[in-house]
Design a protein around this ligand. Structure first.
Ligand SMILES: Cc1cc2nc3c(=O)[nH]c(=O)nc-3n(C[C@H](O)[C@H](O)[C@H](O)COP(=O)(O)OP(=O)(O)OC[C@H]3O[C@@H](n4cnc5c(N)ncnc54)[C@H](O)[C@@H]3O)c2cc1C
Length: 850
């Protein structure tokens, strides 16, 4: 039949054609040629040919393939494929597939990734960031907003409206700013760095809500009326979907609109009687126009034959009779406006439906499409902005705060936290930049937006936790000088909103990814639904045999990559990043084969096996996060000083992929299939370790001293060194501290003793008197001491002040202070201003560090 050498040659040729993914006809021709040569060389006999023809002919010759194989496969497919619900269908159809599709192919095209144009800001957008956006950050007093007023002050509301912060997505012809998704992201990053109330107040109207829905689906009259009003803040919008009985399962809202006739503006018109109860609605307490989602029913057939029209979105003016609105929820001490909205048998005309009567019942699709974009921008950008801000502030704090006579950032345990904060901030910024670039290219990336929402908010949670640990009591004691505690309190909000994270990870990312991004799954599904039998069969044949070829190719590629530990494949760069590209390539093939096997073995039950699905989603997600980070590194010019951030992010992603695959295989319900998958995908077990101590040490070092890599990490954040800016003060004090350290060492050496690095102002007097330092250096020491004390001190209060009923009466703004460079002229005034401001404040700073 075959001698052993020719058998191996045949297998090798098969492996090469499968690896290269040649077309079916090319593969069969190359294999046939190999058979011919093998026969001439005497290594292949008649039995070998019989076997080859038996297998190849039915596959390669389409009349046989279609009439026998595909017919059987189609009827089997129909018997095992679960029916999709309408809401699932609409979720799958909404949005587009972009780089996520490439990651699912098992063969991502790196040239394509790097050819995607880098997002940029127009001069107008840059001016907005440098102008109004910077200015509103200077106006923020977090303590007053959170603790005293439970709201933004009137000046900030007016400023936001005047400068059209709520109109970033609204087109210019309606008076909006029409900013790119990338620009919106940069604005939200900056705002989130200073105040969660500010960023959520600005984020919501620019995300899923009336503005977005009107622009895409509104009637001309609705657009002409509402959009100019929304653009200048004359109308404040909110969007109400969630209610007490329908949170994550939003498609099951019990809220209804019954089509009926009623009186509107003195005339009888066709309209809807709305009964609904919504909660958790952001901006509802102050909204003037409410976007409302409900199920429309037409029991009397006034609109046509369909009785259950389905989810519909309408705009309800606040003044509408019967609307109950105005009460507030209190979300975790981050008091942006949020509250319930209710209505019982409220009559409104059909013209209130967004897009008019023709859009009745199309609400779910509208929401899914808008969500694909909004989820890419608002929460991921706020998370990334928060992480960048905390990376810089925690780095600065770690250098300024000393224990055991060392900056705490030099302790290895703290280095680990700093590295995680810095590495995550780099990755998160990369992901928002890449994803918003996709949106600006016209994508509505539903799977990517779920990845961004879940992973960036989870990484933010990690960053905040780590920052809290590094800050110790300084992060815990709330007060005007605490820049961290409210972020810690508020983190679960972003975890829960816009699709709670457990659901997003377990159901959405892979659930939708496998359907939408897989090159053949959706084609098979749609083919099976075609009514014409002939067309159904031929379309299904094309899809299913494409799928089989794809699976065979990925099996071969996976084996090749995993056995060679990803060393024998190509990469687009020959530097330190090459190995990362190769690993991602291997894992992309692994994902494809794991997906096919699990769908083949588990069929429809995979949908219920959420934990398996979540792990495959983790593989896809980390492939995405990693490729976005590689792209950032490339776009920024492959700067070597930034390499530790990139290495941390890549090592973290590869390790997470390894863990996800291992967990998936260990928990796969069929042990033999699990063993087979282990052999193909992970024959050596987990091979990627967590980020190394060496890389982590480098990141900790970068965060603790001023420099270009650190500046690039914090790019765009509010760090301005002016009075009242806690972050600007930290930056200035860090800079001073770094300059002071060698002076301090010189003083210690001259005095012949190792002094504690405290009371630097007293030390300055002594050292100046002893002629060890110059006057300029003495002033620097004094200024540094003042900044050091501001950094490590926390607020304390008269017990009465902490009573909620008294806070309004006694709490005053955060310490106002000048934060100036420690030049000889200003150093003294820094001290003076500080004490004056401190004296004004009723929230006292304690000078004790205990
Ligand atoms: C501060 C805040 C602002 C909000 N703003 C708005 C707004 O402006 N408009 C609006 O319409 N809504 C808004 N929401 C609602 C928000 O979108 C919902 O809270 C969210 O969808 C989750 O619903 P739920 O809180 O009822 O949790 P539940 O649905 O009860 O879920 C509880 C937990 O179960 C998990 N879970 C549920 N189903 C599954 C599943 N199949 N698989 C795995 N896990 C699952 C969830 O992930 C979650 O962790 C807001 C909520 C908050 C808290």
């Amino acid at each position: 039949m075959f001698d052993i050498v020719w058998f191996l040659i045949f297998i090798a040729v098969f492996g090469v054609v499968a690896y290269q993914r040649y077309s079916l006809i090319t593969c069969v021709s190359v294999l046939a040629l190999t058979m011919v040569i093998g026969t001439i060389a005497g290594g292949i006999g008649i039995l070998g040919w019989i076997l080859f023809i038996l297998v190849a002919l039915p596959i390669a010759y389409s009349p046989i393939r279609v009439s026998i194989l595909s017919t059987k496969l189609l009827s089997f497919y129909k018997s095992v494929t679960p029916e999709l619900s309408d809401t699932e269908k609409e979720a799958i159809d909404a949005g587009t597939v972009w780089w996520d599709g490439d990651l699912f192919t098992g063969k991502p095209d790196w040239q394509k990734l790097h050819a995607i144009s880098r997002p940029h800001l127009t001069s107008e957008e840059q001016a907005f960031l440098d102008g109004p956006c910077e200015e509103v950050c200077t106006m923020v007093n977090e303590w007053e907003i959170n603790h005293v007023d439970a709201d933004l002050p009137d000046e900030i509301w007016a400023f936001l409206k005047e400068h059209k912060f709520f109109a970033m997505i609204i087109e210019k012809k309606y008076g909006g700013l029409a900013y790119s998704a990338f620009a919106q992201s940069r604005v939200l990053q900056k705002l989130a760095g200073v105040s969660a109330v500010l960023s959520s107040t600005v984020g919501v109207p620019n995300s899923l809500g009336p503005g977005e829905l009107l622009q895409h689906y509104g009637t001309k009259e609705q657009q002409d009326y509402y959009l100019p009003r929304l653009a200048v803040g004359k109308d404040v919008p909110c969007f109400a979907l969630t209610g007490p009985e329908a949170g994550s399962d939003a498609g099951s809202i019990p809220d209804v609109g019954i089509v009926c006739k009623g009186e509107f503006e003195g005339k009888e018109v066709l309209g809807m009687s709305l009964t609904f109860s919504k909660r958790y609605i952001t901006l509802a307490p102050i909204a003037t126009v409410i976007g409302l989602a409900f199920k429309l029913e037409d029991p009397e057939g006034l609109l046509g034959e369909k009785k259950h029209l389905g989810i519909t979105c309408a705009l309800i003016p606040r003044k509408t009779k019967g609307l109950e609105i105005g009460r507030r929820h209190f979300p975790l001490n981050v008091p942006f406006h949020n509250g319930p909205v209710k209505g019982t048998n409220m009559f409104v005309p059909l013209s209130y439906i967004i897009g008019g009567e023709k859009m009745a019942g199309k609400g779910w699709r509208m929401l899914m499409e808008c969500l694909s974009v909004g989820r890419c921008i608002t929460l991921p950008s706020s998370a990334a902005g928060g992480a960048k801000q905390l990376a810089l502030s925690t780095g600065a704090y770690s250098r300024i705060r000393r224990q055991f006579r060392l900056p705490i950032g030099q302790m290895e345990g703290v280095e680990e936290m700093l590295a995680r904060i810095g590495g995550n901030a780099y990755l998160m910024d990369a992901v928002t930049s890449f994803s918003t670039a996709g949106v600006d290219l016209g994508q509505k990336p539903s799977v990517i937006s779920a990845i961004c929402k879940y992973h960036l908010t989870e990484r933010m949670r990690q960053v905040v936790n780590d920052s809290m640990d590094v800050h110790g009591g300084k992060g815990i004691c709330l007060g005007p000088t605490n820049y961290l505690g409210r972020a810690y309190q508020g983190v679960p909000i972003s975890i829960t909103v816009e699709g709670a994270n457990i659901l997003t990870r377990n159901m959405m990312i892979f659930g939708q990814g496998a359907m939408r991004c897989h090159p053949y799954v959706l084609k098979e599904l749609y083919a099976a639904q075609i009514n014409d039998e002939h067309e159904q069969l031929t379309t299904f044949d094309e899809a299913v045999f494409g799928h089989i070829g794809f699976a065979v190719s990925n099996t071969v590629r996976s084996l090749w990559f995993s056995l060679s530990r990803n060393r024998l494949s190509s990469a687009p760069f020959k530097d330190e990043t090459a190995g990362y590209y190769r690993s991602l390539q291997g894992y992309s093939s692994n994902l494809a084969i794991l997906t096919d096997v699990s769908m083949g073995v588990l069929g429809g039950s995979l949908k219920r096996r959420e934990r398996l699905s979540a792990r495959l989603g983790d593989v896809l997600s980390h492939l995405y996060l990693a490729s976005a980070t590689l792209k950032r590194y490339d776009e920024q010019g492959r700067i070597k000083e930034d390499l530790p951030f990139l290495e941390w992010a890549m090592q973290d992603c590869l390790h997470n992929i390894d863990v996800a695959i291992d967990d998936f295989i260990r928990n796969f319900p069929s042990v033999p299939v699990g063993l087979l998958l282990r052999t193909i995908v992970q024959p050596y077990g987990k091979v990627n370790d967590k980020p190394s101590d060496k890389v982590e040490h480098k990141i900790a070092d970068i965060l603790q001293k001023p420099g270009p890599a650190r500046d690039r990490l914090g790019n765009g954040q509010y760090l301005t060194r002016i009075e009242g800016s806690l972050f600007g003060d930290l930056e200035q004090t860090l800079e001073n501290m770094v300059k002071v350290e060698p002076i301090f060492d010189r003083i210690c050496a001259s005095m012949g003793k190792k002094l504690p690095m405290t009371q630097l102002d007293d030390l300055a007097i002594q050292a100046l008197a002893a002629d060890i330092i110059s006057e300029e250096e003495a002033e620097l020491l004094t200024a540094t001491e003042a900044g050091r004390l501001r950094t490590i001190n926390v607020d304390d209060f008269d017990p009465q002040e902490l009573l909620a009923s008294n806070s309004k009466k006694v709490a005053k703004p955060a310490r106002k202070r000048a934060v100036k460079a420690a030049t000889p002229d200003t150093a003294k005034s820094v001290d003076k201003d500080t004490s004056a401001a401190a004296a004004k404040s009723t929230a006292k700073d304690t000078n004790s560090v205990t």
